[in-house]
Design a protein around this ligand. Structure first.
Ligand code: 5RP
Length: 237
């Protein structure tokens, strides 16, 4: 159960991100509870300011929520480049590298991050870390699960197939794949690890996001309001 101050911090961060959105923008809509707050604020701004926007959802959950909130949806086929993606994260390090994928949406989230001109990450302070550490989610096609687990075990990690909460057996992603939660005792070079994992045949994507720091803005909700860390050089926030 998340505490009331933590929930307020998430809401503040989400609202702050939604307030950066300008009329006419095509957005990436991330997945998770903090992004949801941004979507609630976007929905209100649409009504109050007649903001014209459309979003590419990164999961079925986000698509359903956007429809409920009256946020128009679009696709990467119609908009292969998008103005801004708003998304959450599980860990953020001091140079804005991320671990994502608690919600098993990491592949679509990375595709949308790649397509976005700007990546706005919304978190509470509990997500900030000195070093990325611990569990890296990896999406794997079912056909390749055993050899991929062997490869990742050989890299010194302990991979576990993610299981459902309200379903027996493995979590199946929106793309029809498995998630391996890979526990690393220490991550010395996150960028190198991301490259190594994504190069394994059968891996679709991994939850390390190390290549977007130069277009990332992180909005951190805390007890005293929001703090903004901008990885973009000489740009207005
Ligand atoms: C889903 C994600 C989420 O963005 C991440 O887990 C953060 O979620 P929340 O805002 O609910 O803490 O990566 O795959």
């Amino acid at each position: 159960m998340i505490s009331a101050p933590a929930e307020k911090a998430k809401k503040d961060a989400g609202f702050h991100a939604a307030n950066l959105v300008k009329d006419g923008m095509i957005l990436g809509l991330g997945t998770g509870s903090t992004t949801y707050h941004a979507m609630v604020r976007l929905s209100a701004r649409r009504k109050e300011e007649h903001l014209s926007i459309a979003g590419v959802p990164t999961s079925l959950q986000t698509a359903i929520r956007a429809r409920d909130l009256g946020i128009p949806l679009t696709t990467l086929d119609d908009h292969p480049t998008i103005d801004m993606a708003i998304d959450g994260a599980d860990q953020v390090d001091p140079i804005l590298r991320l671990i994502k994928g608690r919600g098993a949406a990491l592949t679509r989230e990375k595709v949308v991050a790649e397509a976005a001109g700007r990546l706005v990450i919304v978190v509470d302070e509990g997500k900030l870390v000195t070093n990325l550490t611990g569990v890296v989610p990896v999406e794997v096609i079912p056909f390749a699960i055993t050899p991929v687990m062997k490869r990742i075990t050989g890299m010194g990690a302990d991979p576990l197939i993610r299981e459902g909460n309200a379903k027996d057996g493995p979590v199946i992603t929106d793309n029809g794949n498995y998630i391996l939660d890979c526990s690393f005792s220490g991550i010395v070079n996150p960028g190198e690890l991301e490259d190594t994992i994504t190069a394994i045949p059968g891996v679709v994507e991994c939850g390390l996001f190390c290549n977007y720091t130069g277009k990332t803005t992180v909005i951190i909700g805390g007890e005293k309001g929001c703090r903004v860390v901008d990885g973009r050089k000489n740009q207005e926030i």
